[in-house]
Ligand binder design. Structure first.
Ligand SMILES: *[C@@H]1O[C@H](CO)[C@@H](O)[C@H](O)[C@H]1NC(C)=O
Ligand SMILES: *[C@@H]1O[C@H](CO)[C@@H](O)[C@H](O)[C@H]1NC(C)=O
Ligand SMILES: *[C@@H]1O[C@H](CO)[C@@H](O)[C@H](O)[C@H]1NC(C)=O
Ligand SMILES: *[C@@H]1O[C@H](CO)[C@@H](O)[C@H](O)[C@H]1NC(C)=O
Ligand SMILES: *[C@@H]1O[C@H](CO)[C@@H](O)[C@H](O)[C@H]1NC(C)=O
Ligand SMILES: CC(=O)N[C@H]1CO[C@H](CO)[C@@H](O)[C@@H]1O
Length: 316
């Protein structure tokens, strides 16, 4: 008796059809689209910018959809964010799985090792430029201040510059150096115990000296948080014929003005960090921001290079 035996060709064809059918059903039944990723916004403008930029970079690298709330402050400061803005994002995101970070001021590849199919809230500060280094151009396109803020910031710079030129008669190749000073809130006992340090006046004088010896004509515009301690400190210590203390404006106007100077000098905190990052000139930063072996020191990588971009110049 002969058994009906299909030809080899038919075998191959039916096998292929079966295989295709299997792939199709598997895909159809088990395919999961990439999930949504929600930032967990905390803190003030500088913190929000780190959180947004880093979650944007992570979302991009994992093919996830970034969700923000239409009322988030960052959305108000930068109207052109490339994220899914929805009302009540809090409720949309609150059933998602939470992912944390181990160190708030360092780049940790493990923070990004989660299933991109699951909806995720990243409850983390993510203060490292390395999280968004691959999308830097996209972040620069999104972190653009509103026109009215830009106009106000430019008017401030022009105003002080004009005044300076008038009484100094220096106008050729004037380099405007934006200086941001933050000390007051970092001098609170709790902050010091945690490991925060503040920039000293000798650091600032050294940074001034750097620019004065590099350029013939400099004008230092000093911005500070409008608290009593910092205003007083600035008044006593920021002297010099090429130094002008700028009256405080709204936070976004001040950051925008700093970003429009030719170069920057920053002290501590994320507000200064972002002012410098948005400014494309040279940046001098204070590199002694953390007490060794403190709680705060654990948030950073040992060499601090996850936090400070390598093109910036550190001094103390
Ligand atoms: C999410 O928000 C809804 C609406 O307020 C609430 O009923 C629910 O308990 C929340 N879920 C979680 C996990 O917090
Ligand atoms: C993610 O959230 C969306 C919107 O709420 C929902 O449709 C989807 O099923 C969620 N995904 C998972 C894997 O839970
Ligand atoms: C311009 O500068 C002067 C002081 O130098 C100040 O009183 C005035 O408010 C400034 N105007 C603007 C638009 O910043
Ligand atoms: C600035 O230059 C103008 C014109 O050259 C001159 O009249 C004026 O005295 C100068 N002012 C100062 C402070 O040097
Ligand atoms: C400083 O920056 C302004 C733009 O903000 C630019 O017009 C000017 O040329 C710059 N100055 C120098 C010396 O590069
Ligand atoms: C910026 C600047 O020039 N600061 C000077 C202010 O005055 C002290 C003396 O009180 C000088 O040492 C600083 O160089």
């Amino acid at each position: 008796m002969r058994l009906p035996c299909p030809s080899t060709k038919r075998k191959v064809v039916s096998c292929a059809v079966l295989f295709g059918l299997l792939i199709f059903t598997h895909h159809y039944l088990f395919y999961e689209p990439p999930g949504y990723i929600c930032p967990y916004f905390r803190g003030r403008l500088g913190n929000l910018m780190f959180i947004y930029a880093s979650v944007y970079g992570i979302a991009k690298s994992k093919g996830m959809v970034l969700v923000v709330d239409t009322n988030d402050l960052i959305q108000t400061v930068f109207p052109n964010l490339n994220a899914l803005a929805i009302d009540s994002a809090f409720y949309f995101c609150n059933s998602s799985r939470l992912v944390y970070e181990r160190r708030a001021c360092a780049y940790d590849i493990d923070t990004m090792q989660f299933d991109n199919k699951k909806n995720t809230t990243l409850k983390a500060y993510l203060q490292s430029w390395k999280y968004f280094k691959d999308v830097e151009k996209e972040i620069r396109r999104q972190f653009v201040f509103k026109q009215e803020v830009q106009d106000k910031a430019q008017a401030i710079i022009n105003n002080y510059t004009r005044e300076y030129i008038q009484h100094s008669n220096i106008s050729n190749n004037l380099q405007i150096i934006g200086v941001h000073i933050r000390r007051g809130d970092y001098l609170k006992p709790g902050k010091i115990a945690f490991g925060y340090k503040v920039a000293t006046k000798s650091y600032l004088y050294k940074a001034f000296k750097f620019f004065r010896s590099k350029f013939k004509n400099c004008l230092f515009l000093i911005f500070t948080a409008p608290n009593r301690v910092d205003l007083k400190w600035r008044k006593y210590h920021m002297n010099g014929s090429d130094v002008i203390n700028v009256d405080a404006n709204e936070r976004d106007v001040d950051m925008c003005a700093l970003s429009k100077c030719n170069h920057t000098i920053i002290t501590v905190g994320s507000f200064g960090w972002w002012s410098a990052w948005l400014n494309q000139g040279m940046t001098i930063y204070y590199n002694d921001v953390v007490k060794p072996n403190s709680y705060l020191s654990r948030d950073f990588s040992a060499d601090m290079k996850d936090y400070f971009p390598s093109s910036w110049i550190g001094m103390q």
